[in-house]
Ligand binder design. Structure first.
Ligand SMILES: [Fe+2]
Ligand SMILES: [Fe+2]
Length: 136
């Protein structure tokens, strides 16, 4: 994976609980990348990946509750993106833990690009919608 994600203002959506989670997800992804670079064993990589998946699921559910509560018009499309990622990653994780797949450069790149694009496009859009409603 060339180029880590670096938490900063460009990722901020202005909703405290979203921003805190996003920073934590970026940190976990960077930790996974570091372990991958250092050639750590499969158990160590799997433990971090498992944590990343669990925290992403919890985070996605939180966003989905917010979208529902505040009647976000693009709720279904946004949730579909979450489901798509979790579906893919959970499938990879099963294969990885069964010894049928390896964590590779392209898996790392896929995870990074997905997270970056989702944060910068879909979550930003969501933030712009939620921010004035939650500020009231
Ligand atoms: Fe998010
Ligand atoms: Fe999201």
């Amino acid at each position: 994976m060339r180029g880590l994600l670096r938490w900063g203002g460009h990722y901020r959506v202005g909703i405290g609980e979203m921003d805190r989670d996003h920073e934590a997800l970026i940190e976990l992804l960077n930790r996974l990348d570091e372990q991958f670079r250092n050639g750590e064993n499969a158990e160590a990589l799997q433990a971090t990946l498992r944590r990343l998946v669990t925290e992403a699921q919890t985070h996605f559910r939180m966003e989905e509750r917010l979208m529902k509560r505040l009647a976000y018009p693009r709720k279904d499309a946004h949730k579909a993106q979450h489901d798509f990622l979790i579906g893919h990653v959970a499938e990879f994780q099963r294969e990885f833990e069964a010894g049928k797949a390896e964590l590779t450069e392209s898996v790392m790149t896929y995870l990074r690009d997905w997270l970056r694009d989702h944060l910068l496009v879909s979550d930003k859009q969501l933030g712009r919608f939620l921010e004035p409603l939650l500020r009231r």
